[in-house]
Design a protein around this ligand. Structure first.
Ligand code: MOS
Length: 742
């Protein structure tokens, strides 16, 4: 059998979501839908101060309340053997699990109340009447003295200098020096964090929405002081993740500890307001962008410094300035990061971490530079188009960004856009503005494994511990698996969402289809290779003597590749060989050599039209057109859906989302969907996605990049630029509000 990829009938089809009916009819079992016998309900009590200590809790009243079974506080909470501050995996952060009475941010757990009913636990939690010794919280981008940092530590080095930035500044004939701010944002997946923890001796089963299922088992086990195989995670359905369900958090750990302590299963589901604290967020940023250009409008320097907030006890900062390392050619480049410790929970990866914030500022600064230079913003980007990754001088594994610009501009009707702002009005007298932004997101891969089985009846079974957050992973991954086995989609059984299965890596970094899909493809290919071995060595097979390299799997049969009439069904081959299942295994990761040789990104171009009321300054995004090149698209329906989702989150970033901290208490004042705004249907009008064809021979065997996060990256800047183009007012903070335009 040839190693050349032969994509069958499943990949490339707009198959509808395999989990869709179950989710919309309520048949899907989310973590909190589990009710094991003897279940206790846990309610966590959040701190109402952001800094200080808890001096008193009235556990007597709470424990005397009917139905309350136990109250965990630092006084009786068992020690956590692995500690809350150790780092067992790549995405580990310190968390709070009642190991002391210090309060480090508002909404930190200070107690956990267990009841026979949710109502009893909720009532008990209200009786604790916590007393605090409160200190003045340190908040905002000037909350403490900034410290230099190397960024979030996940990807590129945060401090990077290429060429001579000072010489680049000196050589510039024109320049912009602008500072943009982005606010703290909270992930707010539709399904709040939930867990059902059920111990059986030294083994615990967790029903838990999770983006890194097998890795999380090891991490929980480490903290709990038990072997990794003693933790089972079941995560069949997630109602969104956005990065926050990669991270181990304190409330969930407390539920596990409480279940061990009481000997009963414990369920905890966070309230919406409790999602603004211990479950991660995106820190605020302040970014200074300095761009210089020469007479030819080519950039002499791109200088990007970002300051971002982190917690008082962790180091993660949004790596916003890294966004400038991958995109535009310039004579010199510099990106630097600073962190500011504040009394908030620890930030973490959220919806295009680094790139969302960084590209928002970069794309607006590019627009400002283009206007200064008197040229069209798209033309300015094309003049500074990078043929090699500017930060490293590596070639791109593929880069169809020119086609994205061209196809997006054509569909949007960008040609003829006036350069000056405030030139266009619609029939109703609304100000109309057009803006654009480049989208960019890295195309990483995680190590992933899978197993594929050909059964005696000719059907297939594939297994990998993938996470479907709602993006359609089950469907796209099953399409890959079906093709790798040469079977139609309805003849394979696809198992995922459980830690009993092979490690599918992290459903994050927009890498899940590439990682888990690559593993499934390798496993299926391996199973077919074994089957072909059996057939081609069996004198009774029509394929006898063909040689393994001369066989193709298609529609449940092996065919001789040079003579299609010679073929045999999987079931017949297996039956004659004694009826045993044929197993294949897949184990993929990106080779360091491949990563060294090429820069790997998805690219895109987003064009926005906004309409602004000239008297009331109400803003609406009336059209968004995004053209994206992300390698091989496995399922166009799902990919377009994800890209649309990204663009909607970009709209949210540009015009809606902002967590507001109360200066005295450090509490978040808008901790619900009445106050923490996200787009509704009225905010999302015309939305169009173009997927641009792109073959990538280097990124991985299947040529898959990723579409999960890139949609947000170009959109924020495109909308900001369109608002300026409509109004002539350049707002350098997000979200852009009516009062910013007055
Ligand atoms: Mo994502 S923020 O890579 O889950």
């Amino acid at each position: 059998m040839s190693e050349t990829l032969r994509f069958g009938s499943s990949s490339g089809q707009p198959t509808t979501r395999r989990d869709g009916i179950a989710k919309v009819t309520g048949a899907a079992t989310f973590a909190a839908d589990n009710h094991p016998d003897g279940l206790l309900y846990a309610v966590y009590v959040p701190a109402t101060i952001a800094r200080g200590t808890v001096t008193h809790l009235d556990v007597t009243a709470a424990k005397a309340h009917p139905g309350v079974v136990e109250v965990l506080t630092p006084d009786n909470c068992p020690p956590l053997p692995g500690g809350p501050d150790t780092k067992p995996f790549r995405f580990s952060f310190s968390f709070e699990a009642l190991q002391d009475n210090t309060v480090r941010y508002a909404n930190q757990p200070i107690a956990l109340v267990l009841g026979e009913t949710f109502e009893a636990a909720t009532e008990g939690a209200k009786l604790l009447n916590p007393q605090y010794n409160a200190l003045q919280p340190r908040l905002g981008l000037d909350g403490t003295t900034p410290f230099p940092t190397n960024g979030d530590g996940f990807g590129k080095p945060g401090t990077t200098v290429h060429g001579d930035p000072d010489a680049g500044h000196a050589a510039a004939l024109q320049a912009v020096d602008v500072t943009y701010e982005t606010p703290a944002q909270y992930h707010n997946a539709m399904e709040t964090h939930a867990i059902v923890a059920d111990w059986d001796g030294d083994h615990v089963t967790l029903d838990l929405p999770n983006q890194a299922i097998v890795m999380s088992c090891a991490a929980y086990a480490h903290h709990l002081g038990i072997p990794a195989e003693n933790v089972t995670i079941r995560s069949p359905y997630l109602g969104g993740g956005f990065g926050s369900k990669v991270i181990i958090n304190g409330p969930q750990m407390l539920a596990i500890m409480a279940a061990r302590m009481t000997g009963r299963p414990v369920k905890l589901m966070l309230r919406r307001d409790q999602m603004f604290g211990p479950t991660g967020h995106r820190g605020a940023t302040r970014q200074r962008l300095r761009i210089g250009i020469g007479a030819d409008h080519r950039m002499t320097v791109l200088d990007h410094d970002s300051r971002a907030t982190t917690s008082s006890f962790e180091t993660f900062v949004e790596s916003a300035a890294n966004a400038s390392q991958g995109l535009y050619a310039s004579g010199a480049l510099r990106s630097t990061h600073q962190g500011v410790r504040i009394d908030s929970g620890t930030p973490g990866p959220m919806r295009a971490p680094g790139e969302a914030t960084g590209s928002a500022a970069l794309e607006c600064a590019m627009d400002e530079m283009a206007f200064e230079a008197g040229i069209d913003p798209l033309e300015f980007r094309l003049k500074n188009y990078a043929e090699r990754e500017p930060g490293t001088d590596k070639p791109y594994s593929s880069k169809a960004l020119r086609q994205c610009y061209a196809q997006g501009a054509e569909r949007f009707g960008w040609a003829g856009r006036p350069l000056a702002p405030r030139q266009m009005k619609d029939a109703d007298g609304l100000l109309v503005g057009w803006g654009m932004g480049t989208a960019l997101f890295a195309a990483p891969m995680f190590a992933a494994q899978a197993r594929a089985v050909l059964r005696p009846d000719g059907t297939g079974l594939v297994e990998t511990a993938a996470s479907d957050m709602g993006q359609g992973a089950w469907t796209a991954l099953a399409q890959i698996a079906a093709d790798s086995l040469g079977l139609p989609l309805d003849r394979i059984e696809f198992r995922s969402g459980s830690s009993d299965l092979p490690d599918a890596g992290v459903a994050g970094g927009s890498a899940h289809t590439a990682s888990a899909g690559g593993a499934l493809h390798a496993a299926g290919t391996d199973a077919i290779r074994h089957l072909a071995d059996i057939a081609t060595k069996d004198p009774a097979s029509p394929l006898f003597g063909t040689g393994n390299a001369g066989v193709i799997a298609r529609a449940g049969r092996l065919h001789a590749s040079d003579d299609d009439s010679r073929s045999e069904s999987f079931a017949d081959i297996i039956a004659r060989a004694g009826g045993a299942e044929v197993e294949g295994k897949g184990n993929v990761s990106r080779s360091p050599e491949a990563a060294e040789a090429h820069a790997m990104y998805s690219h895109g171009a987003v064009f926005a039209e906004v309409k602004v009321d000239p008297d009331l300054f109400q803003m609406r995004v009336t059209r968004l057109v995004g053209a994206f090149a992300a390698g091989r698209i496995i399922n166009p329906r799902l990919a377009e859906s994800q890209l649309m989702g990204g663009m909607i989150w970009g709209t949210s970033f540009a015009l809606h989302e902002e967590a507001k901290f109360d200066a005295r208490s450090g509490r978040i004042m808008n901790a619900d969907f009445a106050g923490y705004h996200i787009p509704v249907n009225a905010d999302v009008q015309g939305l169009e996605v173009i997927t641009v064809h792109e073959d990538d021979p280097y990124v991985n065997a299947l040529g898959i990049k990723g579409v999960g996060e890139i949609g947000i990256t170009g959109t924020v800047g495109a909308i900001g630029n369109a608002i300026w183009h409509a109004t002539g007012t350049r707002v350098r903070r997000f979200p852009i509000r009516i009062q910013d335009l007055l």
